[in-house]
Design a protein around this ligand. Structure first.
Ligand code: C2E
Ligand code: MG
Ligand code: MG
Length: 546
């Protein structure tokens, strides 16, 4: 068989709900796929090789129509029906005989889908016909253990990736059609004993009631992720979504049945944070991390009221003559319990909780007010999060900060990252042009680290580009040097000022200056300075001989 075909069959077997295995004449497994392992209570495909299949079968199954061991040596294809003790779910094992090896394909004899009827409408999701949250709660509450600990209850929580985008672009009718198709695919990945629930929106749950854990739930989850990664045809359009999955299983990291849903949700959150199309199994460290995050969230929400934020200012200089041009305001959080928290650790959280809007407004006002106290008309650059640009009031917030403090608009500059263009860029563009019209400067921060296209540079009102420190740090490598040079010439032709950030050494400074970069910021010139020390810094620089 060509290698490619073997690989395709191998890949299919990995996610198939059919069990596949190869055994030798003595009934010893050579290999098996995850579904086979799940059906016969083998911990993993790796553990399958070398196992005597008869042992796994005879301890929990009985053969209905043939003697299993005879079938292992039978010369011709055969079919055997097996039934798990205690369960109503029979398995059919097809045996294909070769010279020395036997290929086993095992199928669950499941009742047709229409049989998956629910007790009554109160337990049913009207759109998909699946069960609803009430049914889920009922089934969890009434679940009775009926075997070894490994044979336990698992909650498989599924969240669709990119569903909102489909709903927004193709309309709710298309969204509903997609949800129905998703429901069908999830059903096809499950067994008759499983209960499939639509929680709300694009969130589904599979309740795996007598699975051999953790492999049972994991193999169902992987099948679902694989099925969701295939295209859907919606109103004649090929549509791609995907799914993230979190799993929690009783006796496997979750001791209390009441925690199952919460733990599956935490695992789902971790799966989504790790990227798309990922399956995560709950582990206690996730609960600890969620608690830490919750506490951080609470402390952060109080920080503004408790006046725990301060701004520090990092100087920006003209490379040609070393004169001071202005400062970038950088926020710091002094928390009595946590000490000094870096913005890299709390700004992303503030962006998720929405707290960034209040923090951002405070930063703007404070930076404008403190800049008014400086001896000289130096500029002040303020970092603004892309989230703040989603808010209609951003233009008024900037205007009010200028009016309230009396700062001339030309002295203020907003630094934004390429993230702003990843969001609703038309709204961001509109707001940025309005701010630019006031006379405020707009700088593109961390240039070259995001995903945006160069064409945005033209459609957004940037007056400055900040070369990201990663390129400055790598200046000695030919690739970084070429990139820095390209950014400098791009800036020159678009009539934008170029500033390099993270300049730490004299060599970096000299090389950038020789390459035509106009301004610099970095530890070589100064680390960020606390407000009370700014006056001293300015007067020292004024008195320094050039
Ligand atoms: P950024 O805007 O790119 O700021 C530059 C960061 O590089 C600052 O870190 C600064 O202290 C650091 N830095 C400056 N010179 C050097 C150098 O020579 N070497 C090295 N290794 N680092 C240098 P910081 O203050 O920790 O801020 C990190 C990021 O947090 C900022 O990156 C900015 O994206 C964000 N941030 C800071 N303040 C605010 C704020 O008020 N609002 C928002 N939305 N974000 C902020
Ligand atoms: Mg910045
Ligand atoms: Mg930067």
């Amino acid at each position: 068989m060509p290698n490619e075909l073997t690989q395709i069959i191998g890949n299919c077997a990995q996610v198939s709900s059919l069990g596949f295995a190869v055994i030798n004449e003595s009934g010893v497994l050579v290999c098996a796929n995850p579904s086979f392992c799940e059906m016969f209570f083998i911990t993993s495909p790796e553990a399958a090789a070398g196992c005597a299949l008869a042992e796994h079968v005879s301890s929990r199954f009985y053969s209905i129509n043939a003697d299993l061991s005879k079938a292992f040596t039978c010369p011709a294809p055969d079919i055997i029906e097996l039934r798990l003790e205690r369960s109503s779910e029979p398995l059919t094992m097809h045996i294909a005989a070769g010279n020395d090896l036997r290929m086993l394909t095992v199928n669950r004899v499941s009742k047709p889908l229409v049989d998956k009827k629910l007790p009554n409408n109160a337990y049913q999701d009207p759109l998909t016909g699946l069960g609803n949250r009430m049914l889920l709660n009922d089934q969890i509450a009434n679940w009775q253990p009926s075997g070894p600990e490994s044979l336990s209850l698992a909650v498989i929580m599924i969240d669709l990736d990119r569903f909102k985008k489909i709903n927004d672009t193709l309309g709710h009718g298309a969204g509903d059609t997609l949800l129905k198709l998703v429901a069908k695919r999830i059903l096809s990945a499950t067994r008759d004993n499983d209960t499939v629930i639509r929680m709300e929106g694009d969130e589904f749950v599979v309740l795996h009631t007598i699975g051999f854990q953790p492999i049972g739930a994991i193999s169902v989850a992987k099948r679902i992720v694989e099925l969701m990664s295939r295209s859907f045809l919606i109103e004649g359009q090929q549509t791609n979504i995907g799914a993230s999955v979190g799993i929690a299983a009783l006796n496997h990291g979750t001791d209390n049945i009441a925690d199952l849903l919460k733990h599956a949700d935490l695992a789902l959150y971790a799966a989504k944070a790790a990227g798309r199309g990922i399956v995560k199994f709950f582990e206690p460290a996730l609960a600890q991390r969620a608690m830490d995050r919750r506490n951080l969230e609470i402390d952060l929400s109080r920080a503004l009221g408790l006046k725990e934020f301060v701004l520090m200012y990092q100087p920006q200089v003209n490379m040609a003559d070393g004169t001071l041009q202005g400062f970038e305001a950088l926020i710091r959080w002094h928390n009595p319990k946590r000490g000094l928290v870096s913005p890299a650790d709390f700004i992303p959280l503030a962006e998720q909780t929405g707290e960034i809007n209040a923090i951002g407004e405070w930063t703007l006002r404070t930076a404008c007010k403190e800049a008014m106290s400086w001896d000289g008309n130096f500029s002040v650059a303020v970092n603004v999060s892309p989230i703040q640009f989603e808010n209609e009031s951003i233009v008024d917030i900037v205007r009010n900060a200028l009016i309230a403090t009396g700062l001339a608009p030309e002295r203020l500059e907003l630094e934004i990252t390429e993230g702003v263009m990843m969001k609703d860029y038309e709204t961001a563009q509109k707001h940025l042009w309005a701010i630019k019209k006031m006379g405020v400067g707009i700088a593109m921060d961390d240039f070259g680290t995001g995903y945006s296209s160069l064409s945005y540079l033209n459609s957004f009102p940037f007056s400055k580009i900040k070369i990201d420190q990663s390129f400055v740090r790598g200046e000695s490598s030919p690739k970084s040097r070429a990139l820095v040079q390209a950014i400098i010439s791009l800036g020159a032709s678009l009539k934008m000022t170029i500033i390099a950030e993270g300049v730490e050494t004299k060599e970096q400074f000299d090389e950038l200056a020789a390459g035509g970069c106009q301004s610099a910021q970095g530890y070589l010139i100064s680390r960020p300075i606390a407000t009370p020390a700014i006056a001293g810094f300015i007067s020292d620089l004024k008195n320094k001989p050039r």
